[in-house]
Design a protein around this ligand. Structure first.
Ligand SMILES: [Zn+2]
Ligand SMILES: [Zn+2]
Length: 117
């Protein structure tokens, strides 16, 4: 369940790291030093009350969830989750959202776990 909004946010995040090659290939002559920069996903700011889909756009807070479930739009609402306590960085993937070649399961590729009760 990779969400479209998540993907665009992730790409934006990658593009903002202008010090890294976007495609990860560093074939240019120069420093052969391995890149050891940790990367993690941006923290979501809203979560759907019904399906748990996360959002990164403040304009979506308190709006209807945009997820499609079985062809129907989710009837949940994007509740704000702006507090630092609302999220815990996923330890399984160290916040990257990826494990090996696949998506991290515990956080569903988000890199963060919603922990507010
Ligand atoms: Zn939803
Ligand atoms: Zn994870």
């Amino acid at each position: 369940m990779l969400k479209e909004t998540d993907v665009s946010s992730w790409q934006f995040f990658l593009e903002s790291r202008s010090d890294l090659d976007a495609d990860g290939t560093s074939k240019e002559a120069g420093s052969p030093e391995p890149i050891s920069i940790r990367m993690w996903r941006p923290k979501p700011i809203a979560v759907c009350t019904r399906c748990g889909a996360v959002s990164y756009n403040a304009n979506l807070i308190n709006g209807q969830c945009a997820q499609l479930i079985a062809g129907k739009r989710c009837v949940g609402v994007n509740g704000s989750a702006l507090n630092a306590d609302d999220w815990k960085q996923c330890t399984a993937c160290a916040g990257s959202g990826n494990r090996g070649a696949g998506r991290c399961g515990p956080c569903d590729g988000v890199g963060w776990l919603y922990v507010r009760r």
